[in-house]
Design a protein around this ligand. Structure first.
Ligand SMILES: Nc1ncnc2c1ncn2[C@@H]1O[C@H](COP(=O)(O)OP(=O)(O)OP(=O)(O)O)[C@@H](O)[C@H]1O
Ligand SMILES: [Mg+2]
Length: 500
């Protein structure tokens, strides 16, 4: 059988940056083909070419062995190619049902719309994914994982022959990943070919049939997934062995820096939360999507006003009325949806990195460009941010490299409390180890770190203590020594009511 979709010697440059160099890739019908590589390796670029969102400079794209020129996304869609991008692209002002409807219905704006039918279709597609998102909600109110779920529902509805997923599980928890994999397996059974991009290497053996590794814009190799183990895969990706992924260091723990007492905020769905984080401590917040972890972080950062209960900093009650106030009090928050809250896309790497420091040092007028560039350069190299210079606009960086810029910004600000929401989501294995090392360093320096993570190995590997949330409240607390995957999940699912 000829491949369903193929790239032959595809080359693509952006200015001086060679994003792809003579890349070969083949997708068969009924296979799930993983595409992996470090941040900036060229994965999303190859996908954009298959999606008709970018044109190759040279080389060929073939559909069922016929060369095709995909000049625009409609041309790809006409061939049955659906793409779920790294950054969800929903219309915020429209409802979930409307967003899904747009993907299903063709025939333009003139077509009559059956609203009831549309809502029913949306609900049906979402339930196939094990989701209970209300189709009438405005997309702007969805969390990151909810947005990804809606994106997947859209492509399910479009009955694609080829489905391309760019890091679909980056912000999903185990349970949603399981639901998604169930759907992908069903699609595979129906003969759909899927390209699957992910930095979560541990999930690949469970889902992928073959894997292609890209490095610096070149194809390294395509292998059967069953034939490669994790270490081999990493070596193919980075060209060398990588040491420990979770270098959590034991550091002396000091006084309580941040504390909440019966913190309640109905608007954010946070109920009666009492937690504490000490200097030198990394506190994990675990739970299923929708458990209230991000919402709690948002209350701590002044994005929602609590209705009762209190927040204390070093023992003193504080009113965190807004993010400005939070920053001045020394509370920093790296949100999950970095595109929406994090970065100023047209500005340079250096400018983005220094934004937080400007906010924390409001008295400092006049920019210290020398210092700004120096710090940006230091973090660019520590986090291995792939950019031609610190003067490059953030919008031209790859997804993972944008994440790193956002993180660098807050790491340089030296807050008393650092709240990280999915800090390593979408970053490659080398950068992940470096981010964990930085977190350990910061904790050793006396910072209190609160980390939200959906990856169990990360929560278990990095946290001194873990609060497990469920339904907006803390369901239980586990010390590092007592924390296991089973206990954590039991608490998250409400099957155990133990506390440490
Ligand atoms: N519009 C653009 N302008 C300039 N450079 C670009 C543009 N798009 C991509 N690049 C560059 O091309 C290279 C490959 O980027 P790409 O987004 O394909 O990487 P990726 O493998 O998807 O990485 P990640 O894992 O971080 O998502 C990067 O060096 C990136 O900076
Ligand atoms: Mg990408």
């Amino acid at each position: 059988m000829p491949p369903l979709l193929a790239a032959a010697a595809v080359t693509k440059s952006y200015g001086g940056v060679r994003a792809l160099r003579r890349v070969d890739f083949e997708l068969q019908a009924g296979e799930i083909h993983a595409l992996v590589g470090e941040n900036g390796a060229g994965k999303s670029t190859l996908i954009r070419i298959f999606a008709g969102a970018a044109l190759a400079d040279s080389g060929e794209v073939r559909f069922e062995a016929h060369p095709v020129t995909l000049r625009d996304p409609l041309a790809a869609k006409a061939l049955g190619i659906a793409v779920i991008y790294q950054q969800p692209a929903l219309f915020g002002e429209l409802t979930v049902a409307e967003n899904i409807g747009l993907a299903l219905e063709s025939g333009g704006l003139w077509r009559r719309i059956d609203w009831k039918q549309r809502k029913r279709a949306a609900r049906e597609l979402l339930s196939q994914l094990g989701s209970t998102i209300d189709p009438e909600r405005r997309a702007a109110t969805l969390s990151m994982p909810e947005q990804q779920t809606v994106e997947i529902a859209k492509s399910l509805g479009a009955r694609a022959r080829i489905l391309i997923l760019d890091e679909p599980t980056a912000s999903l928890t185990e349970r949603e990943v399981t639901a998604l994999f169930g759907v992908l397996r069903e699609l595979r059974r129906r003969g759909v070919g899927m390209i699957y991009v992910s930095h979560r290497l541990e999930e690949l053996p469970g889902i992928a049939d073959r894997v292609t590794v890209l490095r610096d814009g070149e194809t390294v190799e395509t292998r059967k997934m069953a034939e490669v183990d994790r270490a081999t895969l990493i070596r193919m990706m980075v060209g060398r062995d990588i040491d420990a992924v979770f270098p959590k260091r034991e550091v002396p723990v000091g006084d309580i820096v941040l504390e909440t007492r019966s913190l309640t905020c109905p608007a954010a769905g946070v109920k009666n939360v009492s937690i504490a984080a000490r200097a030198g401590e990394i506190v994990g917040l675990s739970g299923l999507v929708g458990a209230g972890r991000t919402e709690l972080a948002e209350v701590l950062f002044g994005l929602h006003r609590p209705s009762s209960g209190s927040i204390l900093l070093r023992g003193k009650p504080v009113a965190v009325a807004s993010p400005d106030v939070a920053v001045r009090l020394g509370i920093a928050y790296v949100p999950e949806d970095r595109r929406r809250h994090g970065l100023v896309m047209p500005m340079s790497v250096a400018e983005n990195v220094s934004l937080a420091r400007l906010a924390t040092a409001p008295g400092m007028r006049g920019l210290d460009f020398q210092g700004e560039n120096g710090t940006a350069r230091e973090y660019t190299s520590r986090l291995a941010i792939k950019t031609s210079s610190v003067a490059t606009a953030v919008q031209t960086l790859s997804g993972g490299n944008q994440q790193k810029v956002c993180l660098a910004r807050w790491l340089t600000a030296a807050p008393a409390v650092l709240i990280l929401d999915e800090p390593t989501q979408g970053v490659d294995i080398g950068a992940k180890a470096e981010i964990h090392r930085l977190m350990s360093d910061l904790a050793a320096g006396g910072m209190a770190i609160v980390m939200i993570s959906s990856e169990l190995p990360e929560i278990l590997g990095m946290s001194d203590r873990i609060y497990v949330m469920r339904g907006g409240s803390v369901a239980g607390e586990l010390r590092r020594a007592d924390a296991t995957q089973e206990r954590l999940l039991a608490l998250a699912l409400g099957e155990e009511d133990a506390a440490a």
